[in-house]
Design a binder for this molecule. Structure first.
Ligand SMILES: Cc1ncc(COP(=O)(O)O)c(C=O)c1O
Length: 393
């Protein structure tokens, strides 16, 4: 640490992304625990209905993670061995792991330099006779270029599955992510805009979701709630060797209230993003995140990029300096092609995806959760500008 770290202003550590849970969520969980049914049941169904209404989706299926949602969606689309799925390296490994899970080949293409979402021209160049699906990531909560991706999917008869882990509530040309007929997978992991501790939601066409519902619960023709309810029957049939991916009513209890709070949460996230961008835009050492016209940003992440040529330290040291100033940060993401499994299996070199690599090397994510006070936001800004000032070239 340099001398600047010793001048740190903030007394206590500001965590990067703690959950914002209120009494309502706690009471709803207690209510469920006191009820005779705690796993997938009436509250999960209500959460699905309210979520679908919130994003304007034709239907919604609650699951135990976004990873499960993407896996079951690919399986239902019958994507498998010999097939290729196009996505980007600048994502969490789950996006690419699920392609491996169904036995297909992930085909990585680079991202756009401004939004860090999939470059549709690069995706178009990567289409082969084996391509079955496009799996764009709405990175950080900024919608991928859906017009171009939909046109590409239509031209080649490809499925479009959206990784919407960061995209609640985001919109593309005024239409919420998840409102389309194609499947979109949301995450309710602990750090997400809406959390159920662990959880996910698959939106899309109701018939498709019914098939996904069966596959997500052992491939059984009817779920346990219906079997154990009065008037239910103990009989069921296994239609396929399915997974165990259902959401519990305990999780849905948290989700129901988190959903109702989304508009308030979202206003606060957008406000924080605006404060950061206003403070950083004039620094020649900092590049605030872009938001293209026509996009409603979910602001799940605020990814700041450093202009390393203006600084005497790199990204890792910058993060250490912020930690010394009691500011929690993260990095989203270590590009998939740098991880040993993928590097070895597909022979990737770091420079294969120059835009993703360059972004990774100079990026850090700042706290942007609705629990931040104005003072917290001011502390983050002060700390970032202090590090820039201390290490300017
Ligand atoms: C882009 C992206 N996709 C997928 C996931 C997986 O979500 P989950 O943890 O709900 O499976 C994450 C989680 O962090 C993510 O960031």
């Amino acid at each position: 640490m340099g001398d600047a770290a010793v001048r740190a202003g903030r007394a206590s550590f500001l965590p990067f992304a703690p959950p914002v849970i209120g009494e309502e969520e706690i009471q709803e969980v207690v209510d469920t625990l006191r009820s005779p049914w705690i796993t997938t049941g009436p509250k999960t169904r209500r959460f699905e209905e309210e979520f679908a209404a919130f994003v304007g989706a034709p239907g919604a299926l609650a699951l135990n993670s976004c990873t499960a949602a993407m896996h079951v969606a690919l399986a239902c689309l019958d994507v498998g061995r010999g097939d290729e799925v196009i996505t980007t390296p600048l994502t969490f490994t789950a996006t690419v792991n699920v392609i491996e899970h169904v036995g297909a080949r992930p085909v990585l293409v680079d991202v756009c330099p401004d939004t860090l979402t999939i470059d549709p021209d690069a995706a178009a160049r990567a289409v082969t006779p084996h391509t079955r699906a496009l799996l764009p990531v709405h990175y950080a909560g900024h919608a991928a270029a859906l017009d171009a991706l939909r046109a590409l999917a239509e031209r080649h008869g490809l499925f479009l599955l959206e990784d919407a882990a960061h995209a609640l509530p985001a919109a593309w040309r005024g239409r919420p992510i998840g409102a389309g007929p194609n499947p979109a997978a949301f995450s309710f992991y602990a750090t997400k805009n809406l959390t159920t501790a662990e959880g996910g939601m698959l939106t899309g066409d109701p018939d498709f979701l019914e098939a996904a519902r069966v596959l997500s619960l052992h491939g059984m023709s009817r779920d346990a709630w219906k079997r154990y309810d009065k008037g239910g029957s103990w009989r069921y049939e296994v239609l396929a060797p399915g997974f165990k991916y259902n959401m519990t009513d305990v999780q849905a209890s948290i989700g129901l209230w988190q959903l109702r709070k989304q508009p308030t949460f979202q206003r606060r996230r957008a406000q924080i993003a605006e404060s950061y961008t206003r403070a950083f835009a004039t620094s020649d050492a900092l590049e605030p995140p872009a938001c293209r016209p026509g996009v409603t940003h979910a602001w799940h992440l605020y990814v700041l990029r450093l202009r390393l040529e203006a600084l005497r330290i790199g990204r890792d040291a910058f993060i250490a300096e912020l930690t010394a100033r009691n500011i929690g940060t993260s990095v989203h993401f270590i590009p998939v092609h740098l991880h040993p499994y993928y590097r070895r299996k597909y022979g990737y070199a770091p420079g294969d995806y120059p835009v993703a690599l360059a972004a990774f090397e100079r990026m850090l994510s700042l706290p942007i959760h609705p629990g931040l006070t104005d003072q917290d936001v001011a502390d983050v800004i002060e700390a970032v500008l202090d590090v820039v000032h201390a290490y300017r070239r």
